[in-house]
Design a protein around this ligand. Structure first.
Ligand SMILES: [Zn+2]
Length: 171
C-alpha cells in the first residue's frame, strides 16, 4: 500500500469481503492516533500479542490506561451496529478473549472498561473491542471517550442483548 492510499484512511469504506490483518492494524493504529509517522508500519505485526482464526489482539498505540487492548475480528465488519445474530459467537469470542487478556495481565477483569464505538461516533470502520484497565487510571478525556453506555461507546452486554433480541422470534 502506498502512502497516498494510507493517507486516504478510507480503506474500510468499501465493503471488501476480506482485508489483510496488517491492513486492519495499520488503519486502526494510524487513524486512531492521527499518526503522521507511518514509516514504521512494517513493525505492526510484532505488536500482535494474540491471534487465532477469528481475531487478532494488539495494544492500542495510544493507551488510555496502563493496559489497553484492541480485539479485532479478521473478518471485515464495519461496526457493532451492523452485527447480526449469526455473528453473536464471534462477539462472544471477542469478549472472552478480552477477559482472558485482562486476566492474564492483571489477574482479573475487575476495574476494566470494555466497549465498542457506536455509529456514527466511530473513527475507524472496522469493528474492534476496546479493553482498558485499570479503568480508575483513565484520564478525564479517556473517561469521556470511552464512557460506558454513552451515545458513542457501548458495553459488550448492550451489544449481546441487542443481538439476542434480534434473534428472538417476533411476537
Ligand atoms: Zn477505537
Amino acid at each position: 500500500m502506498d502512502q497516498a492510499s494510507m493517507a486516504g484512511t478510507n480503506v474500510f469504506s468499501t465493503n471488501q469481503p476480506s482485508l489483510s490483518v496488517i491492513t486492519v492494524i495499520n488503519n486502526l493504529t494510524f487513524v486512531e492516533t492521527s499518526r503522521d509517522d507511518i514509516d514504521s508500519q512494517a513493525l505492526w505485526p510484532k505488536q500482535i500479542i494474540y491471534q487465532d482464526e477469528m481475531l487478532i489482539v494488539f495494544n492500542d498505540i495510544r493507551p488510555a490506561a496502563p493496559h489497553h487492548f484492541l480485539i479485532v475480528p479478521k473478518e471485515h465488519i464495519s461496526d457493532a451496529k451492523v452485527l447480526v445474530p449469526s455473528q453473536k459467537p464471534l462477539v462472544e469470542h471477542m469478549i472472552s478473549t478480552a477477559h482472558k487478556m485482562l486476566t492474564d495481565n492483571l489477574g482479573s477483569t475487575d476495574n476494566a472498561r470494555l466497549g465498542f464505538h457506536w455509529p456514527p461516533f466511530h473513527t475507524v470502520s472496522h469493528l474492534h473491542l476496546h479493553a482498558i484497565a485499570p479503568a480508575t487510571d483513565m484520564g478525564f478525556m479517556s473517561k469521556m471517550m470511552f464512557k460506558e453506555n454513552s451515545w458513542w461507546f457501548v458495553s459488550p452486554d448492550y451489544v449481546l442483548t441487542r443481538l439476542s433480541a434480534e434473534e428472538a422470534p417476533s411476537q
